[in-house]
Design a protein around this ligand. Structure first.
Ligand code: NAD
Length: 483
């Protein structure tokens, strides 16, 4: 693949940063290869994009729901037609294996369709009125200009879950993709262009500082953000009265394995939760809370599954685990293992960068299982966003629940058990936006609400996926009409 020179999209025009600055993105499986370059947008560039979105707003807000639904449906078709080609570009830019990349390009159209349907279902209510001459009703409309800020780990899927509902409700958008996946951001804009979205309805600005510029622009009525808890905290401090904010943040997601669990099935749940996408899924598990009675049996099985992973460039058919997204992420893994070992953890497998021709020029790190982890250790408390898990011994469900809930995060959690009573209690008492039984922590039903609680989001659980997100993108007013 050659180098793609990505540009901003402002009011239907492609443009460079006003001061000409650019940055480059390299293939994380082979950092000698530059995949894309993109503009490092200035505050003025971002302001121009917001202005373009404001200008396009009245016309787009006045379109009928059918027109908006048809457009989203058309975009879904365009994306489907390009699924293979885009999956290859996604492998080069983000690093995930082709099968996972294709899974993303094939699933994203479903999000566009889901919200095409929601455009048609936008409605208000009428209320019984004490005033016999008056009708009391809610009127629904868009919020205005929506700022969409996304991470790199699912650059198409996560952006589509925000852009599609925003457009479905009649908002216009300024989209700021991750600087680690500018090409995928550009691709999404291309798809909407090809589907016939009018100029200015979806604008795209790139860069490391562009997110802060977007958040700082008071003409952006709503900001929807997915990314780390640290960035989320910064954004929250900037958004003042009269502006909306929705956030999906990090997690330290636990898998609890009780004594009565089917151990082979539980090991598969743990391995899938922890090592899929090189551990770079927000819903991935980092803490394995295992009943003492089955601890050693589970550890042995998970280590065996970890050993089956083949690391290498994502286009190779036998590869099941791609690289970490960048050098700093690989260095974070090395430091996390060192710190855990110093604190008393032991390395059951992995723990240091692999050797060999296939991985020589990439940011690879193997599936790593740490044993003897205790709740006070950093590795038990903070997200590492990579394929490292810590096994902690627990004594039964009470202990497991207490430990699992003693976390500032609350994104996903899973329990492996054959006891219906234990499963029910876990579902009732586990403080997480998504709780699962005998299923991996990763993966979300596309049509059901999902979102983090505590420091993993904005505490509503319903702000990503499902029909409930439409509340964020719509403004309701109560209207009383007398005669
Ligand atoms: P990040 O917070 O570093 O960056 C996310 C986005 O925010 C990027 O586009 C970045 O450029 C932008 N940004 C950075 N500083 C900003 C600022 N001050 N103001 C506005 N925008 C700013 O996160 P990341 O490394 O891209 O993604 C990994 C993180 O995302 C992990 O913590 C992961 O758990 C989380 N994540 C959460 C979910 C979820 O649904 N809860 C899904 C995917 C990823």
């Amino acid at each position: 693949m050659g180098v793609t020179a990505v540009q901003n999209r402002i009011g239907g025009e492609r443009s460079r940063a006003s001061d000409g600055a650019t940055f480059e993105r390299r293939n994380p499986a082979d950092h000698r290869e530059v995949v894309s370059t993109a503009p490092e947008s200035t505050e003025q560039d971002v302001a121009a994009a917001v202005e373009a979105a404001q200008k396009a707003l009245p016309r787009w807000a006045a379109t009928g729901p059918s027109e908006r639904a048809v457009l989203l449906e058309r975009a879904a078709v365009v994306l489907e037609q390009r699924a293979d080609e885009l999956a290859r570009a996604l492998v080069a830019e983000e690093g995930k294996p082709f099968k996972d990349a294709r899974n993303e390009t094939v699933r994203t159209p479903g999000n566009l369709r889901l919200y095409a349907g929601e455009a048609l279902r936008l409605n208000g209510e009428t209320f019984a009125s004490d005033d016999p001459g008056a009708t009391v009703a809610t009127a629904v409309g868009p919020v205005g200009v929506v700022g969409v800020i996304t991470p790199w780990n699912f650059p198409l899927t996560l952006a589509s879950r925000k852009i599609a509902p925003a457009l479905a409700a009649g908002n216009t958008v300024v989209f700021k993709p991750s600087p680690l996946t500018p090409l995928m951001g550009d691709v999404l804009a291309d798809i909407f262009d090809e589907a016939g979205l009018p100029p200015g309805v979806l604008n795209v600005v790139h860069g490391f500082a562009a997110g802060a510029h977007l958040v700082g622009n008071d003409s952006v009525g709503a900001v929807t953000f997915t990314g780390s808890t640290a960035t989320g905290a910064k954004i929250r401090s900037v958004i003042g009265l009269g502006r909306r904010l929705q956030m999906e943040l990090g997690g330290k997601n636990p898998v609890v394995v009780l004594e009565d669990a089917d151990l082979d099935a539980a090991a598969a749940v743990v391995a899938q939760s922890s090592f899929s996408l090189t551990g770079q899924a927000c819903t991935g598990a980092g803490r394995i809370l295992v009943d003492d009675a089955v601890h050693d049996g589970l550890l042995e099985r998970v280590v065996a599954l970890a050993g089956k992973h083949v690391l290498g460039p994502g286009m190779r058919e036998d590869v099941t685990m791609g690289p970490l997204v960048e050098e700093a992420a690989r260095d974070t893994m090395i430091a996390a293992v060192e710190q855990a070992v110093t604190a008393g953890a032991t390395v059951a497998c992995g723990g240091e960068p692999p050797q060999g021709d296939a991985v020589e020029h990439g940011w690879f790190f193997p599936p790593t299982v740490l044993a003897d982890v205790t709740p006070d250790m950093e590795i038990a408390r903070e997200e590492v966003f990579g394929p490292i898990i810590g096994f902690e011994r627990v004594q039964g469900l009470d202990d497991a629940l207490q430990r699992a809930n003693a976390s500032r995060y609350g994104l996903t959690a899973s329990i492996c058990t054959t006891s219906l009573a234990a499963a029910q209690r876990f579902c009732a008492e586990m403080e997480a936006g998504m709780v699962k039984v005998n299923r991996p922590t990763i993966g979300a039903a596309p049509n059901a609400p999902f979102g983090g609680i505590k420091h993993s989001g904005t505490e509503t659980h319903k702000e990503q996926l499902g029909h409930t997100v439409m509340d964020f993108y719509t403004r309701y007013r109560t209207v009383v009409v007398g005669i």
